[in-house]
Design a protein. Sequence first.
Length: 345
Amino acid sequence: MKKILHVLNTAKLSGAENVAADICMMFDGEYEMYYCSLQGEVKKALKDRGVNYIPLNKLTVSELKRVISRIKPDIIHAHDVKATLVSTVATKKLPIVSHLHVNQDNMKKKTLKASLFLLSSLRVKKIVAVSEGSVNDFAYKRFIVNKSTILQNIIHTNRVGKLIVKDTNEYNFDFIFLGRLSNQKNPQRVAKVASKVLEKRKDVRFGIIGEGEFKEEMINIFKKEGVLERVTFTGGLSYPYKAIMQSKCMLFCSRFEGTPIAGLEAMSLGVPIVSTPTDGMKELIINNQTGFLSDDDDTLVQSIINLITQKDLNDKMSKNAKEKFEKINDEEQYKKSLIKIYEEL
């Protein structure tokens, strides 16, 4: 049985981390999978998923070399740029798959990050990107396009069913945001849009699931608009599925996205999404059918209010979202695509 080492530069479980963990779960018994990342709260989440976890104090060449020497993997599956760069330096012999999870703005120009990825890509056997934009918008596209394949994210649905029962809490959020409070997710815009909803509907509550450096800025926006008392910051939830299921819609205002795991989770649970029209969202959402897409804040606000207040509309979009999810979340095809990549290395 081949050993595959997934390498990540994070300590928490979010979008890319859920992808790696889901791959480990769905190939249980077919490949010997290991999840190697910074030591942190991810440990318990992976234990609950039954995933082999190898903690790192820091993602460095020397630490990764020690892991490679001990595990003796056949393949390195590196998730995002730093993990790819460190992996290509840590081993000169093992085949490496580089997995790009988002279409980042700082990869669209000839930045240091883009240049470093270009150099590391010379050692990479295969690049997996979750959206066409991640390859087509890359500053050095012509150097990677022939070794790249597009593999849209899915979720391992057994994971949601297995873990949702672990949350014994009840939630009273009418709409939610789920994700890192980071520049990519544009949390300031999330706060402004949510504030407008809360100003118009005094009976509505908003939940923010996630942590990040922009939390204080969001709090200040809610304070300024006088709606903070109806906003709850839950922090990171190991099992956000119940909170998703008990809300009426999910809000995204991202600057860029791959295929967002939080969006797939929402659709699997029949929760419509209201979002800015980024790469990944345009692939997930059929506007006015399974959710709403707009780059206009007032349109986003009204779409949320309509989903909260109009049960017939919410029921229709919930049904449509579930049906769309079932069409695009083809786990068997996803596995076949990865097997083809692994076996051809």
